[in-house]
Design a protein around this ligand. Structure first.
Ligand SMILES: *Cc1c(COP(=O)(O)O)cnc(C)c1O
Length: 388
């Protein structure tokens, strides 16, 4: 077994088997664990030995998932949470205190935007937004109290990219922690920690589950940072359920083959859209017309499963297109086997003002497509008939 082959590790890094020698890992539905004796209990609570105590802290299923994710992404350690937002919230609250400042990419997931804009200010945590395609804004945005740089690349739904190696150097030089939301890329396409990031966060709800079944979040980083995360999460309780961890660990076994197909299909869709007269703009990292194409090629294995387009004719044309789709689902989710169309201005980004939306490149005619695993002819066929 090659130590560093992603596909093999994603399948073969399994939790230890029980006396029943099961081939597939069992589901450990237990909230707590027994101690051998009074001394065993004392030593476990005193952190003098490793072992399971309570499933808010750890469980064999979450351990297996975390171990796999850490190895696949080149991180020392990890922590699993109930959702991607729980992972983001836990990371923010572990490392930030009143008076701290976050420098964040402007185009972040809608709920992350809500946290920064409307929830953290009441605890005295401030923020500045910078655009991924404007390096000077990152240099200028750093303040004496900046504790964290937070970035999503590729961004949602604008599919902008920033050079993570460059950003990690800027963060290090200024003694600031770099946190990357790696949800769109997954560990298969991009490994931020290897590029210098301190923390990589995933909404496992998306491509890692890949079948639209469950929520989950993962935080990856150095052993020291994850120890800090643990200190907060053990007591605040954003734990992932054992069932979800079991499901997500199984999903990782097929991540590579699924991502290969998502990316292959998405590139074909992007090329089709770019050549279509009703389309004003197409954003896909591996289209040579993408403004950060060279950076995408450098830091991503492939372009991912999301294609964002702007249709000619604004809101009216966008809703006509959505309503004419026969196979695509209209849903706010992404990273599913089923192809999905979303209209960000009226759904995921409806809480932003029109001006804020335009700043992150969301027009009334913007549509985000999550390209699924159906036959490519059916995917393109559905888009084509909806565009006429
Ligand atoms: C979905 C998503 C999240 C939030 O994840 P949940 O599992 O829905 O809580 C965070 N970041 C990005 C980029 C996402 O797409």
């Amino acid at each position: 077994m090659q130590e560093d082959n992603f596909e093999t590790l994603a399948i073969r890094l399994q939790a230890e088997r029980t006396q029943f020698k099961e081939h597939s890992v069992p589901l450990y539905l237990t909230s707590s664990y027994k101690f051998d004796d009074a001394e065993d209990m004392r030593a476990l609570f005193a952190n003098e030995k490793e072992g399971n105590v309570y499933s808010r802290y750890a469980n064999p299923n979450t351990d297996e998932l975390i171990n796999k994710m850490s190895v696949l992404e080149g991180a020392e350690a990890g922590w699993a949470t109930a959702s991607g937002m729980a992972a983001i919230f836990t990371t923010f609250l572990t490392f930030l205190a009143s008076g701290d400042h976050v420098l964040s990419s402007r185009s972040v997931f809608g709920s992350t935007h809500q946290l920064l804009n409307n929830i953290f200010p009441k605890w005295g945590i401030s923020y500045t937004y910078a655009d991924l395609d404007k390096p000077e804004e990152w240099e200028k945005g750093i303040q004496s109290n900046t504790k964290m740089i937070f970035v999503e690349t590729p961004s949602n739904p604008g599919i902008d990219i920033i050079d993570l190696e460059w950003l990690a150097k800027l963060a290090k030089k200024n003694n600031i922690m770099l946190v990357v939301d790696n949800c769109f890329a997954t560990p298969y396409l991009q490994q931020p920690i290897k590029l210098g990031a301190d923390i990589s966060i995933h909404s496992a709800t998306k491509f890692i589950d890949g079948q639209g079944r469950t929520l989950g979040g993962i935080i990856l980083g150095s052993a020291k940072h994850i120890k800090d995360i643990e200190g907060f999460a053990r007591h605040s309780g954003p734990a992932m359920s054992p069932f979800n961890a079991w499901l997500l660990s199984k999903s990782l076994e097929t991540l590579a083959v699924r991502m290969d197909r998502h990316c292959e299909n998405a590139l074909k869709v992007a090329e089709f859209l770019e050549a279509h007269a009703s389309i004003k703009k197409v954003m896909y990292p591996f289209l040579p017309s993408h403004p950060q194409y060279e950076i995408a090629k450098k830091q991503m294995k492939q372009g991912g499963g999301i294609v964002t387009l702007v249709i000619e004719g604004g809101a009216e044309a966008a809703s006509r297109f959505m309503n004419k789709l026969k196979m695509f689902s209209i849903s706010a989710n992404l990273g599913d086997t089923r192809s999905i169309a979303t209209h960000p201005a009226t759904s995921t980004h409806s809480k932003l003002t029109e001006a804020e939306r335009l700043q992150v490149g969301i027009e009334q005619g913007t549509i985000r497509l999550s390209i699924g695993l159906e036959h490519i002819n059916d995917i393109i066929g559905d888009i084509e008939q909806a565009l006429v």
